[in-house]
Unconditional design. Structure first.
Length: 279
């Protein structure tokens, strides 16, 4: 048997909702007064499994009821952000780093399983005590987890600043393209690890020809590299229209040129030879 004490009605609601899948194995007896709610838990599960379930549910209570405020507090109080849009973006980055499973954010959080880290803290406490005050765990047992959250928020701010720098770069190139007269009417692009460029007759534009275009453009002033053969040639040629043929419109390179050239870009799924697409 376990006794849990919660000071918030919302905490109790989340706890009981999360425990619903186990209602046949775990019985909850609740007593409430003006200061807190006491939940007496009796289960038919083996002790280790019983504690594992309760620790997992308590971790969910913390995530749903407290983590957002903690993250926002660190953004505003530790890093002094005050703009609501910036706070929201950094919060989103923080949650992405903490919980998403793709390789980029796993690297940023050093492959720590955030939920398991939190569950383990509650599990250890539940093994040691049969009467638990949830607020006591929040105040005295989460120091290592909160330090981990603090590190992730710091990395989220770095990602936010990187995104801001990238967006400023895109905006600058878009402004340059808007002010510049097109140098060619139409360029075809075949999507791949590196773009293959075709002129309006369907002929491959050689690297020598691309270099000639790039030599005439102020690439250095625009923050572009003369040995980069995806974005730099397009900026140099400044086409009136760009037709992209490929199978991944969400590819970062495609999204970048779309953000810069906007309505000039058309994307079509692969399937027909570019040589047959001249207009």
């Amino acid at each position: 048997m376990l006794e849990l004490y919660f000071e918030s009605d919302k905490e109790v609601t989340v706890f009981r909702n999360q425990l619903t899948p186990y209602k046949k194995q775990i019985r909850v007896h609740q007593q409430t007064n003006a200061w807190s709610s006491r939940l007496r838990l009796e289960g038919d599960l083996a002790e280790k499994e019983f504690i594992h379930v309760i620790s997992s549910v308590m971790a969910e209570v913390f995530i749903e009821e407290h983590l957002s405020d903690i993250i926002i507090g660190k953004i505003t109080d530790n890093y002094y952000f005050s703009d609501p849009d910036e706070i929201n973006r950094i919060y989103d980055f923080s949650m992405w780093i903490l919980f998403e499973t793709d390789s980029d954010n796993q690297y940023l959080r050093e492959h720590v399983n955030t939920i398991k880290l939190l569950q383990d803290i509650f599990f250890r406490h539940l093994k040691e005590h049969k009467s638990i005050h949830f607020s006591a765990i929040l105040h005295f047992r989460l120091a290592s987890f909160l330090e981990f959250v603090h590190e992730c928020v710091g990395k989220a701010i770095e990602e936010f600043k990187r995104e801001e720098d990238h967006q400023a770069f895109i905006d600058m190139l878009r402004h340059y393209i808007e002010k510049k007269d097109p140098c060619v009417d139409l360029v075809y692009i075949e999507q791949g690890e590196n773009f293959i460029f075709y002129n309006d007759k369907g002929e491959v534009i050689s690297k020598d020809m691309l270099r000639m275009w790039m030599f005439q453009a102020p690439l250095y002033a625009l923050g572009l590299h003369e040995n980069e053969f995806n974005l730099s040639p397009l900026i140099a040629m400044s086409p009136a229209k760009i037709k992209v043929y490929g199978n991944d419109p969400d590819d970062p390179k495609i999204m970048t040129i779309t953000n810069i050239f906007q309505e000039r870009v058309e994307f079509e799924t692969e399937g027909t030879s570019i040589l047959s697409r001249g207009e």
